[in-house]
Design a protein around this ligand. Structure first.
Ligand SMILES: C[S@@+](CC[C@H](N)C(=O)[O-])C[C@H]1O[C@@H](n2cnc3c(N)ncnc32)[C@H](O)[C@@H]1O
Length: 229
């Protein structure tokens, strides 16, 4: 029997994603280091959610996607591997950015999925025509031992400040910008946005919004992972 080569697995997975053939979470997660694989069900976007989100975005003409809180790069690399999107992931944990870059190289999408170490100060949201938010700030509301890890200083006041900042930024983005949320993002969506798609997965609700031209001053509420609204 020929030796098992992880590199071949990654190439096969990338080809399957490009061809829109099914890929399981176990197959994709096997490309991550073991300690990050173990956090996947809780923290990284499932393959079916990522392919649905990326499909909606490309159907609506998005080309430049920002993943706010990119983690180990699971969502961003899948979205890039489908072939139509260039994805930038912003992530404040440097060791996750290392893992994300490595995953992108394995899948052959290092040019299409790039990663920046930093927080919301490190990117301009208005340079992208689509944003993805998988409830990135919620861990700040968890008790210390339940967070992703202790390598960054997060807490409720920082998390709320980030949520407020995204809320304000969403109001000022250009008409046509798409927003995809998975399990909400902890904040509200301005009523200038139109809800284009909703899909329910075992892990939670995926929504796709598009910024419009008229603002009534109101908001849509999205529940976050804790069920707040
Ligand atoms: C739920 S995970 C989602 C990961 C990735 N988007 C995915 O779906 O596979 C959220 C990530 O956001 C990161 N994060 C949270 N707040 C952030 C901030 N203000 N700036 C940058 N990254 C942040 C966390 O470190 C964590 O890795």
């Amino acid at each position: 029997m020929p030796p098992h080569r992880p590199h071949d697995d990654a190439r096969r997975i990338a080809a399957a994603l490009r061809a829109r053939r099914p890929v399981t979470d176990a197959e994709l997660d096997a490309l991550l280091p073991p300690e990050l694989r173990a956090r996947s069900a809780e923290y990284w976007t499932p393959v079916a959610v990522a392919t649905t989100a990326a499909g909606w975005l490309t159907d609506h003409g998005a080309t430049r996607l920002l993943d706010v809180g990119a983690g180990a790069g699971k969502f961003a690399t899948i979205a890039a591997a489908l072939g139509e999107l260039r994805v930038v992931g912003i992530e404040r944990r440097a060791h996750l950015v290392d893992a994300a870059r490595s995953l992108a190289r394995s899948l052959g999408v290092a040019a299409q999925a790039t990663f920046v170490v930093g927080d919301l100060d490190a990117v301009r949201l208005d340079e992208h025509d689509a944003l993805y938010l998988y409830n990135p700030f919620s861990e700040g509301f968890y008790p210390r031992g339940s967070r992703l890890d202790d390598t960054v200083d997060v807490g409720p006041s920082r998390a709320q400040a980030d949520i407020d900042r995204i809320e304000r930024a969403l109001s000022s983005l250009a008409p046509g910008v798409r927003l995809v949320t998975y399990r909400g993002y902890g904040g509200r969506v301005p009523d200038s946005y139109e809800l284009l798609h909703t899909a329910d997965f075992d892990g939670g609700r995926l929504r796709c919004w598009q910024q419009g031209r008229t603002r009534g001053g109101g908001w849509f509420l999205e529940e976050d992972a804790q069920g707040r609204s």
